[in-house]
Design a protein around this ligand. Structure first.
Ligand SMILES: Nc1nc2c(ncn2[C@@H]2O[C@H](COP(=O)(O)OP(=O)(O)OP(=O)(O)O)[C@@H](O)[C@H]2O)c(=O)[nH]1
Ligand SMILES: [Mg+2]
Length: 749
C-alpha cells in the first residue's frame, strides 16, 4: 500500500510536471495549439480523479461471526463496537483521513414517518384513519403507535419464532424518540463526532433500535499505528450487519454494498461453522455473479478447539459444504480476536491478557493462526493492488505517457521544420501535410464506425432489455406472477391462532405477512438476477468496444507506419470508466405499494361482514358457527384483491425501471464507451492536427529566431524525456510490488 500512495504521489507529480511544460510551451513558442490545450486540461484533472477513487472492501457474514473484531484488527484499534448480543446494526464504513471523525447521516422526519406509515398499512385504527400523514413528533401519534404496539405485541410475540419486523420497528422508534429527536431534522442531517466524541458513534451503530434513525455512517480514522503497507486513503472497509436479519430492508442494504464492492470478506465463526443463513446468503451472492470477489475467513475461537486437528477438520467440513458454491474459493483460518489483542496489547485488561496467555499455551494452533493471517494479508494486498492498478492507476499512467510521447513527437515535427536547410524544411512540411490529410481521413472513418458501433450496441441492449423485462418466458414479470399466484395467504394459520375472529387484525397480518414474503422474494430472488443481467450486458458491451478498438490497434497502425509505433496496449476497462465517470445502474428498489382504493374496498368487505354479524345476533342465532367461515371468505377475497393490486403496481415499477436502466444507464454507458474508444484512437492522430498556416509562417521566420525556438524545444524535449523516465520507474515499482507479494504468498503456502 505504501507503493500505492507513492504511485498516487507520482501521478500527481508527473501530471503537474507535464502541465508546467505545456504552460512553458504556451508562453515561449507558437507551437501551442488546441491539442496542447486539451493535454494540459487532462493533466490538471488526473490527480483529483485518482484521489477520488475508492476501492471498497465489504466484511460480511452471519451475526456474531466476528466481523467487527476482524475489522478492528485490521485498523489495530477498537474503532467498532464488538461483543455479545447483536451489535452492528448499520453498515459502518471506515476510511483513512487526517483526523478521527465519525460522520453519521441521519434520516429526515419525512423518511422516518413514511417508514412507520408503511408498517402501519392496513391497521384499522380510528385515529389513524382520520389523519392521513403519520408524524412521530406529534404526541397523539406516538400514543396511538404505543397502543398499536401493545396490541400487536400481546398477541403476536414470537410469531413463527420471529418477532414481526413491524413490531420491532414500532418498539425502536418509541424507545428512542426522546433521544433521537435532538438530532433528527426535517432534512437529512449530518452529525459529526470528532476526536474525543468519536466513540459516541457506537451509541447508534451498535444499537439496532437507534440505528433505525441512521442512513449512512462513515468513520474517518487517522493512520496512528495502522499498517500503511496494508491500508491507505484510497480504501474503504465496511463492517456490515449480520446477514441473518429477518428484515429484508437490512439484507437489501448489505447486498447493495456488496454489489458495489471490489472485494468481499466473508466471516464464518469456527464455533458454529456454516449455518443455513450462510448458505442462503451465499447463493444470493452467487446469483448476483459476484462470488469471484469472495474470500472466506474462518474466525477461529482458540479456546474452543481441543487441538489443531480439531480445527483443521472443522475447516475441511466447511470447505466441503461450499464446494458447490464456486470453484477456486479461498479460505483462511485465524483468530481475529487474538490478532486484535496482540495489536492493542498495552491497553488490554488483565482478563484479556490472561486469555492471550492461555491461547498461547497451544503453540501449534497459534502458529497455524499466524501463518494463515500472514497468507491472508499477503493475498489481500495483492488483490487490492490489482484492482487499484486496473481501476485507478493504469489508465491515468497510460494517458500521461501518451501525452508525454505526443508532445515529444510534436517537437520532433517542429524541429524538422526549423531546419537550417530550406529544402529539408519544405520536405518536412510536405510530409506533414500528407500525414495530416491521411490522419483526417482516418478520423472520419473511425468516427463513422464508432457511430455505427454505438447504434448496434443500442439495438442489442434494447432487445436484451425487452426480452428480460417483457417478452421471454421466465422473464422477471413471469417470475413475479408465479410467486404471487402461488402465494398462500395461510388463513388456516390465522384460524388456528384464533385471530380470524378479529377481522381487522387478521387483515393487517395477512397483508403484512404477504408484504414481508414478497419483499424478501424481491430482495433474494429478483434483484440478484437483475444484478447479474446488468453485469452480463456490461461484459457484452465491454467486449464489443474492445474488439473494435483492437481491430484498429492491430490493423491501422500496423499498416500505416507513418503513424509510428503506438502505445495502445491497454484494453478498454468498463469498470474503470464507470468509476471515472461515476455512472451507476439505478437501484432496483421495487416496493409493494397499495392504493387507497384497496384499503377502502377491504374495509368495505369487513363492513358487510360486520353487518351480517349484527343481523345474525339480532336473529339470536349462534354467531360463532357462521362467523368463522364468513371471515375467511372475506379475507380470501381481500387477499386476492391486494395480490392483484401488488402485481399491477410492481409491473408498473418494472416498466419504469426498464426505461430508466435503458436510458439513464446503458445508453450513457454506450455513449461513454464510444467516446473512450474514439478518444483512445483519435488521440494517436492528434499530434498531426497542427495548424499548417501557423507552421508556414514559422518557416518563413528569420533563421536566428528559428534557431532560438529550436534550442528551446530541444530543452523541453529533454525535460519530457525525464518525465517519461519517471513514468517508466513508477511502472517498474508497481510490477516489483506485485512480485514481492507473490513471493510472500508462495512461501506461506
Ligand atoms: N474467542 C474468540 N472470540 C471472538 C473472536 N472473534 C470475535 N470473538 C468474540 O465474538 C463476539 C462477537 O464478535 P463481533 O466482532 O462483535 O462479531 P460481529 O460479527 O461483528 O457481530 P454482529 O455485529 O453482532 O453481527 C465478541 O464478544 C468477540 O470478542 C475470536 O477470534 N476468538
Ligand atoms: Mg459487528
Amino acid at each position: 500500500m505504501e507503493q500505492e500512495s507513492k504511485l498516487s504521489k507520482d501521478i500527481s507529480k508527473i501530471s503537474s510536471s507535464l502541465f508546467q511544460i505545456i504552460q512553458k510551451i504556451k508562453k515561449n513558442t507558437e507551437f501551442y495549439d488546441d491539442t496542447c490545450r486539451k493535454w494540459g486540461k487532462t493533466c490538471s484533472e488526473i490527480p483529483s480523479q485518482v484521489n477520488d477513487d475508492l476501492i471498497k472492501v465489504a466484511v460480511t457474514g452471519a451475526v456474531k461471526s466476528g466481523k467487527s473484531t476482524f475489522v478492528n484488527s485490521i485498523f489495530k484499534s477498537d474503532f467498532l463496537k464488538r461483543g455479545a448480543g447483536v451489535v452492528t446494526s448499520v453498515i459502518t464504513k471506515i476510511r483513512i483521513k487526517e483526523r478521527l471523525k465519525a460522520k453519521l447521516l441521519l434520516k429526515s422526519w419525512d423518511e422516518i414517518n413514511l417508514e412507520i406509515e408503511e408498517a402501519l398499512l392496513f391497521f384499522d385504527d380510528h385515529y389513524l384513519s382520520k389523519h392521513t400523514n403519520f408524524d412521530l413528533r406529534r404526541n397523539k401519534d406516538r400514543e396511538c403507535l404505543k397502543t398499536i404496539y401493545d396490541k400487536l405485541l400481546d398477541e403476536t410475540s414470537f410469531f413463527e419464532n420471529q418477532i414481526r419486523p413491524q413490531v420491532i420497528l414500532f418498539n425502536n422508534v418509541l424507545k428512542n424518540y426522546e433521544f433521537c429527536k435532538n438530532f433528527v431534522k426535517s432534512q437529512d442531517t449530518l452529525l459529526e463526532l470528532k476526536n474525543g466524541r468519536f466513540d459516541e458513534h457506537k451509541v447508534f451503530t451498535g444499537d439496532p433500535s437507534k440505528a433505525f434513525f441512521i442512513k449512512d455512517v462513515i468513520l474517518e480514522v487517522n493512520y496512528g499505528t495502522i499498517d500503511k503497507n496494508l491500508i491507505n486513503n484510497n480504501i474503504e472497509i465496511a463492517d456490515c450487519q449480520g446477514i441473518d436479519s429477518t428484515d429484508s430492508t437490512q439484507l437489501s442494504k448489505v447486498l447493495q454494498y456488496l454489489e458495489s464492492s471490489n472485494m468481499i470478506i466473508y466471516l464464518i465463526g469456527s464455533r458454529v461453522g456454516l449455518r443455513g443463513a450462510d448458505i442462503k446468503f451465499l447463493s444470493i451472492i452467487d446469483r448476483m455473479g459476484i462470488s469471484d470477489n469472495v474470500a472466506f475467513v474462518v474466525n477461529c475461537d482458540l479456546s474452543e478447539h481441543e487441538s489443531l486437528n480439531d480445527l483443521v477438520s472443522i475447516g475441511e467440513k466447511i470447505e466441503q459444504e461450499l464446494l458447490s458454491f464456486n470453484n477456486g474459493l479461498k479460505f483462511y483460518y485465524f483468530s481475529s480476536l487474538y490478532n486484535l489483542f496482540n495489536q492493542i496489547k498495552p491497553n488490554l485488561i488483565t482478563r484479556d491478557k490472561k486469555r492471550i496467555k492461555a491461547w498461547e499455551s497451544d503453540q501449534a494452533i497459534v502458529k497455524y493462526s499466524n501463518g494463515n493471517t500472514q497468507r491472508f494479508f499477503a493475498d489481500f494486498k495483492n488483490r487490492i493492488n490489482k484492482d487499484k492498478v486496473n481501476l485507478v492507476f493504469a489508465n491515468p499512467m497510460q494517458r500521461l505517457q501518451i501525452i508525454a510521447k505526443g508532445l515529444q513527437k510534436k517537437i520532433e515535427l517542429f524541429t524538422d521544420l526549423f531546419s537550417d536547410d530550406d529544402n529539408n524544411a519544405d520536405n518536412a512540411l510536405k510530409e506533414l501535410k500528407e500525414t495530416q490529410s491521411l490522419a483526417l481521413r482516418f478520423q472520419k472513418l473511425i468516427e463513422n464506425s464508432i457511430q455505427g458501433l454505438s447504434q448496434d450496441l443500442k439495438k442489442e441492449v434494447d432487445s436484451q432489455i425487452d426480452n428480460y423485462f417483457i417478452h421471454e418466458k421466465n422473464s422477471i414479470i413471469d417470475n413475479l406472477i408465479s410467486f404471487i399466484n402461488n402465494y398462500s395467504v395461510g388463513i388456516k394459520r390465522f384460524e388456528e391462532q384464533g385471530l380470524i375472529s378479529d377481522f381487522p387484525k387478521a387483515l393487517y397480518f395477512v397483508f403484512q405477512d404477504f408484504k414481508k414474503e414478497f419483499d424478501s422474494f424481491l430482495v433474494e430472488k429478483v434483484t440478484p438476477e437483475l444484478v447479474r443481467f446488468v453485469k452480463d450486458q456490461e461484459k457484452n458491451l465491454e467486449n464489443h468496444a474492445n474488439s473494435l478498438y483492437c481491430s484498429y490497434k492491430t490493423d491501422l497502425f500496423n499498416l500505416y507506419s507513418q503513424f509510428g509505433k503506438r502505445s495502445m496496449d491497454l484494453s478498454i476497462g468498463l469498470q474503470a470508466i464507470k468509476k471515472r465517470l461515476k455512472i451507476k445502474p439505478p437501484s432496483a428498489n421495487f416496493k409493494t405499494r397499495y392504493s387507497a382504493r384497496i384499503k377502502v374496498s377491504s374495509f368495505a368487505g369487513f363492513g358487510i361482514h360486520s353487518l351480517l354479524l349484527c343481523i345474525i345476533k339480532a336473529l339470536k342465532k349462534e354467531p360463532k358457527f357462521i362467523m368463522i367461515p364468513l371471515s375467511t371468505l372475506v379475507l380470501k377475497k381481500v387477499s386476492s384483491q391486494f395480490k392483484k393490486e401488488v402485481l399491477k403496481s410492481i409491473k408498473l415499477q418494472i416498466n419504469v425501471y426498464s426505461k430508466k436502466i435503458r436510458e439513464e444507464y446503458f445508453y450513457l454507458l454506450i455513449r461513454a464507451l464510444s467516446q473512450i474508444v474514439n478518444e483512445k484512437i483519435i488521440e494517436q492522430f492528434q499530434i498531426y492536427s497542427v495548424e499548417i498556416d501557423k507552421i508556414e509562417s514559422i518557416i518563413k521566420k528569420e533563421q536566428s529566431e528559428k534557431s532560438e525556438q529550436k534550442a528551446f524545444l530541444g530543452l523541453v524535449y529533454e525535460e519530457i524525456e525525464g518525465v517519461l523516465q519517471r513514468i517508466n520507474q513508477s511502472n517498474c515499482h508497481l510490477k516489483e510490488s506485485f512480485f514481492e507479494d507473490h513471493q510472500v504468498r508462495n512461501q506461506d503456502m
